[in-house]
Design a protein around this ligand. Structure first.
Ligand code: ZN
Length: 399
């Protein structure tokens, strides 16, 4: 039994190593993983037979002993398909990846604003995944895992949503509901965690072990990578940066509490202020643009709203730095309208409020990308589970 477990572990370690490297000679695997050469030979033979990896001729074309071409190992892309889904306030964005992590298809569907019943949202996601699969002429049933990112407080381990701005109910076993609706194992996480996952796997966090991602869209989110892993907290409520308090008895937040960072910097907060200062506008994005335009043109009320949002954001960032001392902070968002939060003054204000030592302050980088990157993070998350399952399933008779 113990031997069986060890074998599964080694299969997973080798799969992950090959996946990370893209293509790697068999001999390097032993060196990198500390697994003996003999075991690497046995296990890679198993993985080849299971169709999870394949041999490809070495790029330099070098010949080995007895004139056979030398080969590298790579993941067999065709072994599995995974889908990544990001639910935002106005749309569902999806990507389909193969087992190697290559993107096979992308899809986007509009989503009605506001909160949805869990059944309705599960239905929309299920339909969108089916449409995604159809893009490469396949069906949902051929997908091995689906990762879904939602805003809100998510217990990733339990697949439960404590609260989400997309759902009209609390404490929903949403992963189970999606798994049943689609007939494919579905994995749920907070969307900001999935952005951190995407940054770690494909983005600016590659090769970094301790960094923080702050996401700015409708709300403010945060993903924490510590020692190369996502830090989630014990109730799945970690990293609620948007609901850290920046003002005693301050503005009312949509979470029901007062003085949260989001109540000053999120889109809805700015809209509320803009309506008061400039009068209502029928278009939401138009109203934000009007507010930013008025601030730039020197309107004192508009300027003070925008500048206060920037200072509140700087205070929030400084608190993060003072707690975590990360090597890197990635400000990730897609909308240009949040540029005022990325401004040099805001970063400078943050640097003034952090503990001062004779060492460089953390690097702050801005990474603008669209919903598909969030969806890619969701797919990368699902891929980890599919790899685990593939490592476990294999051929039991061989153990
Ligand atoms: Zn709040």
């Amino acid at each position: 039994m113990a031997f069986g477990h060890q074998r599964e572990d080694s299969r997973l370690i080798l799969l992950r190593e090959i996946s990370q490297e893209g293509r790697i000679p068999r001999i390097d695997l032993a060196e990198r993983t500390g697994i003996s050469r003999a075991t690497v030979t046995t296990i890679t033979a198993d993985l080849l037979r299971d169709g999870l990896i394949e041999e490809i001729p070495r790029e330099d074309g070098a010949a080995g002993t007895r004139g056979r071409p030398r080969v590298d190992l790579k993941i067999a892309g065709a072994a599995h398909l995974v889908a990544g889904v990001k639910v935002s306030g106005s749309r569902i964005s999806l990507v389909l990846m193969d087992f190697e992590g290559s993107q096979m298809a992308e899809h986007e569907v509009p989503l009605g604003a506001g909160r949805h019943s869990p059944e309705a949202l599960a239905g929309y996601i299920g339909d969108a995944v089916a449409a995604l699969a159809a893009k490469i002429g396949t069906k949902t049933a051929q997908i091995s895992g689906v990762g879904v990112g939602l805003a809100g407080t998510i217990d990733a381990g339990a697949g439960a949503v404590h609260w989400s701005p997309s759902l009209n109910a609390r404490n929903v076993d949403f992963a189970a509901m999606l798994t049943e609706r689609m007939g494919v194992p579905t994995y749920l996480d907070n969307d900001a965690n999935l952005v951190a996952m995407a940054e770690k796997t494909f983005g600016l966090g590659r090769g970094r072990s301790d960094f923080i991602v702050v996401t700015i869209e409708a709300g403010v989110g945060m993903g924490i990578i510590l020692g190369g892993e996502i830090y989630r907290g014990t109730r799945g409520c970690g990293a609620e940066f948007g609901h850290t308090k920046v003002q005693l008895e301050g503005a009312l937040c949509r979470c029901g509490q007062r003085g949260c960072l989001e109540a000053y910097v999120a889109e809805y907060a700015l809209l509320r202020e803009a309506d008061t200062a400039l009068g209502p506008d029928t278009s939401l994005s138009g109203q934000i643009a009007r507010l930013l335009g008025a601030a730039e043109a020197g309107d004192p009320t508009a300027a003070s709203i925008v500048s206060r949002a920037g200072r509140m954001f700087a205070m929030g960032l400084a608190n993060i730095v003072n707690i975590f001392d990360p090597e890197l902070i990635i400000l990730a968002g897609e909308q240009m309208q949040f540029d005022y939060l990325y401004a040099e003054e805001v970063i400078a204000e943050m640097r003034k409020s952090i503990v001062q030592v004779d060492a460089a302050p953390p690097e702050v980088v801005i990474h603008k990308w669209g919903n598909l990157m969030w969806a890619r993070g969701a797919a990368a998350y699902a891929l980890e589970f599919v790899q685990e399952r593939a490592a476990r399933e294999g051929r039991v008779d061989a153990a």
